[in-house]
Design a protein around this ligand. Sequence first.
Ligand code: SF4
Length: 263
Amino acid sequence: MKTEQMDEMLQTYLKDPEKQPWPVAEWAFTRPEEIPFAAAVRAACEANLCGRYGTCWTCPPGVGEWEALRDEYRRFERALVFSTCHPLEDSFDFEGMQEGRLAHDRLDEAILALMAGAADSAADSAEEAGKARITDTADTPSHAPDATNATNATNATGATGATGTTGKARENRAARFVLLGAGGCSLCEKCSYPDVPCRHPDKARRSMEACGIDVVSLSRNLGLRYMNGENTVTYFSVLFYRSAPGTEANLLGCRREKTESFS
Ligand code: SF4
């Protein structure tokens, strides 16, 4: 699927609150190189005001070096930034904040499922195309130059070819898109950090701030409201995506060290 088609698919979804588990408040498309990353954001993590520093694979330092993450995300073609807004009883309503965060996470999941569905259907179409090509060339001797070229040409796109690599193509969807959410991962009752690798590298999501994204500047630059008034809390996520898989090995997982991945 081309990036323009992905843009269109996402726009259709964003404009349809009926399909969203929690309504998107605002959104904006941008180029990954326009996303501001800053050392100061990571320094704020190190101050550990949230208490998550050094406790989770998706928070510093386990999440990786912010410069390396910045470079990795800037290799994507597009970025979608979106927010959700949640009512609170008052500014001390921590339960309401947690409920809002869970609702925002459900929206993240829904958008990831949309992207995964599109990637799988592209893989299936590529497989069908590969089968069709085999059928077309079934009477052609296997040593014939045309048959060889057909196989190589299909595989060269990174999609499924005559050798039947649908499973691999589906795995590659992880390299087509990645979502950074709000706050550190809370999937497990107790994170495995730092003793053993992340238990769910395919589900754990890094937070925008943990990766060094300056969400205040980003929202201002894109004309999105960072806050939505008294007794509300606003959460942000960013989805990076591209039309073809990249070469990075570990986009959705967590890193043990900056140079080692275990996805
Ligand atoms: S999925 Fe579990 S092990 Fe992995 S980062 Fe989240 S809490 Fe930690």
